[in-house]
Design a protein around this ligand. Structure first.
Ligand code: HAM
Length: 430
């Protein structure tokens, strides 16, 4: 019996892992340069943290969340997103008292039982950030600036930052009422999903992509006209700040987001290469959530990027993170001496991958394997070389080989593998 991975949950194979590692490394470097500290929370949580925060009537909770009862009848869920668990941890560990607790980031798998298609999996991965402790629009601006900085460093171009504000909780209620009155005599023209949304989660009607609904909503009230003075001021300040920083954004009045916890600023990053699943990331403010989870009354803003979607948007360029050296050996004595030499090279040049034969393969097969594994260099060592105190260094691209003394091999390799060779950009440039 041959098993397969569960539908919508994909293996990330060694041939693709370079992209993932490079994105994670780049993200970590940038996030840490902005003062974010990493947090890792469990994949399994009490299901109610998601029901309460994302919203009981949202698609994520009603249709997509993997929720189940364990043997003790506790209702658990595989996390569909990262914000609720981070807020749970922030309150549980009083992170507001910690010097590093204000800005947190996470990288890891999330789970939603959606219909799989390109850019939409049931297990997918997010890089997310949550910045706590400020109600100021400057916090939103810094988060968006950091996001823009990260997308550019990842080599992404031609993305769009859509921006909107939903206002505070009071504004949202006021706007939902206005929308309800507007739709009162038009509801029967909406799609079936939106007919349900009107009753359960009316704001979501606004971002329905179906033509019938777009037509009905053509003259719908604008959420921005329902903002109170304070929310309006914050939103204007944010836009002015982003413009001064030269960050391009597009105001999108029907951007509402599918999670109930948002208040104030919301944003979404889209990229044309993704087709219908075009959001590579999204986020916004959630000023009530920490308090709702029993914590202090504090503002918070964050976002999450979908890693699979970033990879699609970047295109299929492979990233070779490390150069490979293959040490081919002949005979037992050379094998042991080879292990010793390989160990010394690994300690001296850690960004070089050093592979040795462990299958007792012939020299010919070892060279074939070296070629297949993309080795740039091969060291050849047999009894003859050991007795002379040398090793043969073959450059695989030019096929030229030279004899190098065993003691001088590290110095020789350094000529070909500069110190920082492991830190490569996507284009392969240092
Ligand atoms: P979200 O919009 O639900 O927001 O997800 C963020 C990103 O995760 C999406 O833009 C998309 O790139 C990716 N994503 C979502 N579902 C899938 C899927 N089924 N397959 C592949 N990628 C997917 C959140 O999750 C919020 N927690 C973001 C946030 C953080 N807001 C404030 N802080």
């Amino acid at each position: 019996m041959k098993y397969k991975a569960i539908r919508g949950m994909e293996d990330i194979l060694p041939e693709d892992i370079g992209n993932w590692q490079w994105i994670e490394k780049t993200a970590r470097e940038i996030l840490e340069s902005y003062g974010y500290a990493e947090i890792r929370t469990p994949i399994l949580e009490d299901a109610s943290i998601f029901t309460r925060s994302i919203g009981e009537e949202t698609d994520i909770v009603t249709k997509e969340m993997y929720a189940f009862k364990d043997k003790k009848e506790r209702k658990l869920a595989l996390r569909p997103e990262g914000t609720a668990p981070i807020v749970r941890a922030y309150v549980e560990h009083s992170l507001d008292n910690m010097p590093f607790g204000n800005k947190l980031y996470y990288i890891g798998p999330m789970f939603r039982s959606e219909r799989p298609q390109k850019g939409r999996q049931r297990q997918f991965h997010q890089i997310g950030v949550e910045a706590f402790g400020s109600n100021s629009p400057h916090a939103d601006a810094e988060v968006i600036m950091q996001l823009d900085n990260m997308l550019k460093s990842l080599g992404l171009r031609n993305y769009t930052i859509d921006l909107n504000s939903l206002g505070c909780r009071k504004d949202k209620i006021k706007f939902a009422d206005e929308l309800k009155s507007y739709l009162k005599d038009k509801q029967n023209r909406l799609c079936d999903d939106c007919k349900v949304r009107v009753k359960k989660n009316i704001l979501r009607v606004l971002d329905c992509k179906k033509d019938v609904c777009i037509q009905v909503l053509k003259n719908a009230p604008n959420v921005l006209s329902s903002l109170c003075d304070s929310c309006k001021n914050s939103y204007e300040k944010l836009k002015a700040c982003l413009s001064s920083l030269g960050i391009d954004f597009k105001e999108k009045k029907n951007l509402v987001r599918g999670l109930d916890y948002y208040t104030g600023t919301v944003f979404e990053i889209t990229h044309a290469s993704l087709g219908s699943q075009d959001a590579i990331g999204a986020g916004g403010r959630y000023d009530d959530l920490v308090k709702d989870f029993g914590g202090i009354d504090t503002g918070a803003v964050g976002y999450a990027l979908g890693m699979e979607r970033i990879i699609i948007a970047l295109g299929k360029k492979e990233i070779s993170v490390k150069k490979v050296l293959y040490l081919a050996t002949l005979g037992d004595k050379a094998k042991v001496e080879g292990f010793r030499i390989a160990g010394k090279i690994r300690s001296a040049i850690p960004h070089l991958t050093v592979m040795t034969d462990i299958k007792e393969a012939s020299l010919k097969s070892q060279l074939r394997f070296a070629d297949k594994s993309g080795a740039k260099f091969v060291l050849i060592l047999g009894d003859n070389e050991i007795s002379k105190g040398i090793v043969i260094l073959r450059d695989m691209s030019s096929q030229k080989q030279i004899e190098v003394s065993i003691e001088g091999v590290i110095e020789e390799l350094r000529k070909y593998v500069p110190k920082d060779e492991g830190r490569r950009t996507r284009d392969g440039k240092d």
